[in-house]
Ligand binder design. Structure first.
Ligand code: MN
Length: 185
């Protein structure tokens, strides 16, 4: 049913009632390291009661000069952010999944120097966000590639005090929840 009617009846610039979505808390993000046929990292950002998801074959980088391909995949349920385990052989995405990083994020997207919400930024093809993770911190952008269809985006670290040439994938390969590697699942 969703919250459309609830939202339609209320002017949230006037009432302090919750807008829904995430109960007033910061939206969450998760990066799941997924040893499927090809190892990749799934970046998921909470929006509109789902996790908007991108598969990042080479994983995120803290180096602003690395532009990492991020392929838009289907929205996942919010609870998926807690999933760590093995997807059985024969099932979609078969292989091990660990919660490589997780935390909250802030949408800081702008257009014409005005703040815009996540869904507007998504439609525009340029989302700026600040991650508050254990491994990933600071501002990143997801930018839709031109003339490459709807699915091909780039994940790019902004040049802030968290930018680094350290290899965060090599240096911190394990789950933040269980301290397991993908081979331990
Ligand atoms: Mn995946």
């Amino acid at each position: 049913m969703g919250l459309e009617e609830y939202k339609r009846k209320r002017d949230f610039s006037k009432t302090s009632e919750p807008q829904g979505g995430h109960g007033g808390r910061e939206p969450i993000f998760v990066v799941q390291k997924h040893a499927a046929r090809n190892l990749h990292y799934d970046l998921r950002l909470e929006t509109d009661d789902v996790l908007r998801s991108w598969a990042v074959p080479k994983g995120p980088s803290l180096n602003p000069s690395d532009k990492r391909l991020a392929v838009l995949t289907e929205d996942h349920p919010i609870d998926y952010a807690n999933f760590e385990g093995k997807i059985p052989e024969g099932e979609y995405g078969a292989g091990s999944v660990i919660i490589w990083d997780k935390g909250t994020y802030e949408n800081v997207s702008v257009k014409d120097r005005k703040e815009i919400d996540f869904s507007t930024a998504f439609e525009m093809g340029h989302i700026s966000f600040i991650l508050h993770g254990q491994k990933l911190k600071g501002e990143f952008a997801l930018v839709k590639m031109k003339n490459r269809g709807e699915k091909n985006w780039l994940l790019i670290k902004a040049n802030d005090r968290y930018a680094s040439s350290d290899d965060v994938l090599e240096d911190m390969p394990k789950s933040i929840i269980s301290n397991k590697g993908v081979d331990d699942i």
